[in-house]
Design a protein around this ligand. Structure first.
Ligand code: ADP
Length: 304
């Protein structure tokens, strides 16, 4: 697992990270989401050992990233914001060079290279020079170098930045496929991307973790909407007396029926249903409201 413990980092007067902590369990695919300048790249560079934190530490699989950097680097694959790709080299030569740098044993060389090439769909481009590749293909090559040694952990900084919509779809599909074998942490400022790829999101704003939740949990609100066939005088008062109800707001449903938004301190739909039956309210609809990542994020960003 990845254990990030209370890391802080300053660049001169800028506090890029202020006491960031999180854990990532094996097999998870976690998105580090935040606006530009939030501290995502700084966090990723510290997690991968490219940057020293001013305070705090990171452990990967029980190894301290700074103290055991070599051993940690064997366990992680890293796609940085600007992965150094040598434009004059061919795809094949470049990946061969990475395999040598990674000291891949000769017995595994062909298999690992071929898995990275086929896994990222680069087989048709082996002899092409890196300079001649599109941005999307270069990103795939960046991923190929990151996965070459079959790392347990894949850490990707803004993997789809600068790609066109078709390339974005391809890279996302690729990341999801890679998640079958690796634990993945990736950063993004794109909400829909995190929603499309992740199990869990860590929202970072102004160098602080503002939320750390599974997307399923996050989407479940404690609010409920009740719609009746016709108004019933005792609704607001009766609901107000129910335990777990924080507030009630009358509205009209989209099809113009009397409706109420009920804010709860926990999921209260079952209690509302029981009450509606007991009181014989002409029930038309009762639903637990959902929260989109976008509305959740906007709420956090505006209160930050
Ligand atoms: P993100 O990846 O979320 O866009 P960064 O981690 O790149 O955020 O940056 C966090 C803050 O630190 C920003 O205010 C950025 O301008 C600043 N910053 C990042 N790198 C440096 C650096 N090398 N020198 C000075 N300030 C930096």
């Amino acid at each position: 697992m990845i254990h990030v413990h209370d890391i802080s980092k300053r660049y001169g007067s800028i506090e890029a990270l202020r006491g960031v902590s999180f854990d990532i369990q094996p097999g998870e695919i976690v998105g580090l989401l935040g606006p530009n300048g939030a501290g995502k790249s700084t966090a990723i560079k510290i997690v991968t050992g490219f940057l020293h934190p001013d305070a705090g530490f990171v452990e990967i699989d029980g190894l301290n990233v700074l103290r055991d950097l070599r051993a940690v680097q064997d366990k992680i694959g890293y796609l940085s914001e600007n992965t150094p790709l040598y434009p004059e080299l061919s795809v094949q030569t470049y990946l061969g060079m990475i395999a040598d740098l990674r000291a891949v044993p000769a017995s595994d060389y062909t298999r690992l290279l071929s898995d990275a090439i086929y896994g990222t769909g680069l087989q048709a481009y082996l002899t092409r020079s890196i300079a001649s590749l599109s941005k999307g293909l270069r990103q795939r090559l960046g991923l190929a170098q990151a996965i070459l040694h079959k790392p347990q952990f894949l850490i990707l900084d803004e993997p789809t930045v600068g790609l066109d919509p078709t390339q974005i779809v391809e890279i996302r599909a690729l990341i999801k496929a890679l998640a079958q074998d690796s634990t993945i942490l990736f950063s993004s400022h794109i909400l829909s991307e995190v929603e499309a790829i992740c199990d869990r999101v860590i929202i970072i704003i102004n160098g602080e973790v503002k939320a750390d939740q599974s997307l399923r949990e996050l989407s479940m609100s404690n609010d409920a909407t009740l719609v009746l066939q016709r108004d019933s005088a005792d609704v607001a008062q009766t609901l107000g007396a129910l335990e777990g109800v924080a507030s009630i707001q009358p509205l009209r449903s989209l099809d113009d029926y009397p409706a109420w938004r009920i804010q709860g301190t926990a999921d209260i739909t079952a209690q509302i249903y029981a009450l509606a039956r007991e009181r014989d309210w002409p029930l038309r609809e009762l639903r637990r409201d959902t929260v989109t990542l976008e509305s959740f994020f906007n709420q956090l960003a505006t209160t930050a």
